[in-house]
Design a protein around this ligand. Structure first.
Ligand SMILES: *[C@@H]1O[C@H](CO)[C@@H](O)[C@H](O)[C@H]1NC(C)=O
Ligand SMILES: *[C@@H]1O[C@H](CO)[C@@H](O)[C@H](O)[C@H]1NC(C)=O
Ligand SMILES: *[C@@H]1O[C@H](CO)[C@@H](O)[C@H](O)[C@H]1NC(C)=O
Length: 439
């Protein structure tokens, strides 16, 4: 709006008032002149009125336009996202934001190679710049590594050559001094007839993957390669996490009871028996999952003696009832006792932090200003140390390799001090179930 419009109207008012005052004071003013002046003023007012109305209309239409564009943009329009991506099997994904301009990267585990883009970007139309990649086994046998008719057998990140009679060396490059004795395989499933073709004057035979040609020219047979024996369980990385079972032309992996085989066919994963719908543990006990099995536990508070008694405040916690005012022996006993259960595989690489204990000060009350941590009991003391992680936290560190199956107990104490005077201590009883396997 032009500010001139209403401003001009206000200027007009004193002029009108002045004119009527003049009319009363001086009768000698020409009537005709006065009427002309009034008409002029009326004309002026009308012009101002029109301008003012125009201004209002213009502002109104601008407001309407602004309202239209604001509601079109709308703050409720959802942000554009691209479809969720998964890590490829045998690989990893980095990045979990699927918004416009965000990137997601992919890599494969050792022994695998990426097929497809290693990163994709989310576009404004909600699509990724590329297809999801996948990981494929790097074929160790793809190049002709075995010489003189040797059969190449794939392992994990490695290969081995099985040499024909009369050849030796890791690529069958050498002449053997003595012929290797033939293996006798009695199960007919493990030997197959070779596929042979007459090429010019010579008969050439070949076997399916996982079989090896053996025997002499006229009487050759395809015999299964025992991958499990060939690679053994000492090889790293292992063919199988647990047991290897040879099959005609291949092998499969087996897991111990209480474990399931993962989709990769090699790895074993513990089954959590405690989530199964059957009630495995008797009433009053709590199920604790362990590697390959489970335990039913019912932690008990210390029995009352003298002035000291405990009350169970949760399935895994006891609290001491208030001590008589002057009973120092009572005050030195743990104020709280908590129970913790951990399941570990055998042969963990040490040192490793297993358990943390910290204090939480009650609201409105000053907390302890110093804490002390220590190991005060249990049959596994020598395997652990207690270490301060920060001002408020202590850490139980496993320092010696554990081999299962075994169960260890370690009692961890945390004492609270306020201005160097002992306030209370808290006992954590940690039970550690070590599985017989290193997974
Ligand atoms: C999304 O945009 C990209 C490039 O701007 C284009 O190549 C692609 O075809 C579009 N996809 C869809 C589904 O519109
Ligand atoms: C119990 O507390 C009282 C003081 O309140 C004390 O005299 C008594 O010796 C305490 N008994 C035991 C067994 O500690
Ligand atoms: C743990 O390591 C020892 C020594 O390396 C080995 O003999 C044992 O078999 C391993 N145990 C398991 C369960 O892997």
């Amino acid at each position: 709006m032009r500010p001139r419009g209403p401003g001009a109207l206000f200027l007009l008012m004193p002029l009108l008032v002045a004119s009527s005052a003049q009319l009363g004071a001086q009768n000698c003013v020409n009537k005709q002149q006065l009427l002309t002046a009034i008409r002029q003023l009326q004309q002026l007012l009308k012009t101002q009125e029109t301008r003012f109305a125009e201004g209002v209309r213009s502002v109104r239409s601008r407001l309407a336009a602004l309202q239209g564009s604001v509601s079109r943009v709308g703050p409720d329009a959802p942000p554009v996202t691209c479809p969720a991506l998964k890590a490829p099997p045998d690989g990893r994904k980095f990045g979990s934001k699927y918004l416009v301009d965000h990137e997601v990267h992919f890599t494969c585990n050792p022994g695998f190679q990426l097929v497809g883009p290693s990163s994709v970007v989310c576009l404004h139309n909600g699509t990724w710049t590329g297809a999801e990649p996948h990981c494929t086994d790097i074929s160790e046998c793809s190049s002709q590594l075995c010489q003189n008719g040797g059969t190449c057998v794939e392992g994990v990140n490695q290969y081995k050559c099985i040499c024909p009679p009369g050849r030796t060396g890791n690529r069958c490059q050498q002449q053997a001094q003595t012929a290797t004795p033939e293996r006798v395989v009695s199960d007919p499933a493990f030997s197959r007839a070779p596929r042979c073709a007459q090429v010019e004057r010579t008969r050439q035979c070949s076997c399916e993957a996982g079989f090896q040609l053996s025997g002499v020219a006229g009487d050759s047979v395809c015999q299964d390669v025992n991958e499990c024996e060939l690679y053994g369980q000492e090889a790293r990385p292992r063919l199988c996490m647990h047991a290897c079972v040879n099959t005609p032309g291949s092998y499969r992996c087996a897991c111990p009871s209480g474990y399931r085989t993962l989709p990769d066919g090699k790895s074993c994963e513990d089954v959590d028996e405690c989530v199964s719908p059957q009630h495995l543990c008797p009433r009053g006990t709590t199920c604790v999952n362990t590697g390959g099995s489970f335990q039913c536990v019912s932690p008990a508070c210390p029995e009352a003696s003298g002035n000291v008694s405990y009350v169970k405040t949760s399935p895994f916690q006891c609290e001491r009832n208030p001590c008589p005012m002057d009973s120092r022996p009572c005050r030195l006993l743990p104020k709280t006792i908590s129970f913790h259960y951990l399941s570990l595989p055998s042969n963990l690489t040490t040192p490793i932090a297993l358990f943390r204990v910290a204090t939480a000060s009650a609201p409105g009350r000053p907390g302890p200003n110093s804490l002390r941590f220590g190991i005060v009991g249990g049959n596994g003391r020598g395997h652990f140390v207690m270490q301060r992680a920060d001002r408020q936290t202590g850490e139980l560190i496993l320092v010696q390799t554990l081999e299962g199956p075994q169960t260890l107990e370690v009692d961890v104490d945390m004492s609270e001090y306020l201005d160097r005077s002992f306030q209370a201590n808290h006992l954590s009883k940690v039970t550690i179930f070590v599985s017989p396997y290193d997974f």
